[in-house]
Design a protein around this ligand. Structure first.
Ligand code: NAP
Ligand code: ZN
Length: 367
């Protein structure tokens, strides 16, 4: 059972469904905590025009293993385990061979994808359990609080991966745009990697928090005077904003050969940036999608070693719709995490209690 959106406009509500039977290489997990990502909201409301309803969002999952298939070797019942945005991929293409499963053309997402084994839609972590192929299950460091670890499975890896790819390190000046779920993890990682870290925010009320989280400087992005003090000075800027905005104001802050990496995915495109801002200083504009399984485990282990977790506000699943509204107002400090114990209070409601949906196309390679 879980919570689902049944159309773009109606609040999420109770939904009863079955997970697939355990295959030999599957792990079954009882979900304890699930982070609330802005992508969940985008997809619940069909803002990316690709949602199959009902959709059970949630891809920042931490729980306890309760059963394993006969061929599973890395997990046993009782282990803590994590699941992020991916639950399967072809495992044979060049992307998968390079441990970049997120770029596999047959990648299967934790929700709103076709399950390669059943053809039905995958359902995410706003639920009490999940069945996932062993290769897509992560180990959770013992020393970390499980609830505050859940957001690492998406917000963590989505910010860690581009910073590793662009070699963020000591001696660099690095910007993070937006202090939400992704942004606050980006600030923690940039600080941990030793970079001089500058946060750009539209919310003056977040300045002190940003400094506490590791920012060396905080800039109010709506203030042109504050912005102009940083012209041509950044090696790398990670933009986590979930809404369309002017990219030129950040491109101009890069030094020669600097890079602006977009990870936010607004429902409408950003206005096109000026070509001149790119060519005159050979600047680069790029993007990055979550991270592969190997790098996600590396990130979790890094967080274990450096005691890094998310700053969270725990909610009952019954408050998910309110949490979405607060997320839209940039009022998240700094990730909502659902305590799935709250799901026990639900009693099945007849209108949404069955799992009637058409079969989806089966992924021919992974099947
Ligand atoms: P979030 O918690 O809502 O944070 C977004 C932050 O952006 C806000 O807290 C706010 O920070 C800033 N912001 C919001 N509206 C703005 C506006 N109109 N102008 C300027 N700044 C604004 O969202 P999130 O969960 O971090 O996700 C951010 C985006 O990343 C979403 O689009 C999500 O879908 C996407 N995402 C991408 C990937 C990937 O693999 N690339 C993975 C996960 C999520 P301030 O108050 O500090 O300004
Ligand atoms: Zn996410």
């Amino acid at each position: 059972m879980g919570y689902a959106a049944f159309d773009p406009k109606t609040p999420l509500s109770y939904f009863q469904f079955q997970r697939r039977d355990l295959r030999p290489d599957d792990v079954q997990i009882d979900i304890l905590y699930c982070g609330v990502c802005h992508s969940d909201l985008h997809q619940a409301r069909n803002e990316w025009s690709n949602t199959t309803y009902p959709v059970v969002p949630g891809h920042e999952i931490v729980g306890k293993v309760v059963a394993v298939g006969s061929e599973v070797t890395k997990f046993q019942p009782g282990d803590m385990a994590g699941v992020g945005c991916l639950v399967d991929s072809c495992k044979s293409c060049s992307e998968c061979q390079a441990d970049l499963e997120q770029y596999c053309n047959l990648a299967v997402y934790t929700y709103n994808s076709a399950d390669p084994y059943t053809g039905k839609s995958t359902y995410g972590g706003y639920s009490n359990n999940i069945v996932v192929r062993e290769d897509f299950v992560l180990r959770i460091p013992d020393n970390l609080d499980p609830a505050a670890t859940a957001p690492l499975l998406c917000a963590g890896i989505t910010t860690y991966s581009p910073m590793r790819h662009w070699n963020v390190s000591r001696g660099q000046k690095v910007g993070v745009v937006g202090l939400g779920g992704l942004g606050h993890m980006a600030v923690k990682f940039a600080h941990a990697f030793g970079a001089h870290t500058v946060l750009f925010t539209t919310s003056p009320g977040k300045v002190e928090d940003a400094k506490r989280l590791g920012a060396d400087e905080v800039v109010i992005s709506k203030d042109p005077d504050q912005m102009s003090q940083h012209l041509g000075s950044f090696d790398f800027i990670l933009d986590t904003v979930a809404a369309p905005h002017d990219l030129d104001q950040y491109l101009m802050l890069l030094k020669r050969d600097g890079s602006l990496c977009l990870v936010g995915v607004p429902d409408h495109p950003h206005p096109s940036p000026s070509v001149a801002n790119l060519i005159f200083k050979r600047r680069k504009l790029g993007g990055s999608l979550i991270g592969g399984l190997k790098e996600t485990q590396e990130m979790l282990d890094f967080c274990g070693e450096h005691n890094i977790t998310s700053d969270i506000e725990m909610i009952a699943i019954q408050h998910i719709n309110e949490a979405y509204e607060r997320m839209l107002k940039s009022d998240v400090k700094y990730r909502f995490v659902i305590d799935l114990a709250s799901l026990q209070q639900e009693s099945p409601r007849a209108e949404h209690a069955s799992e009637e949906q058409p079969s989806m196309q089966i992924n021919p390679v992974a099947a």
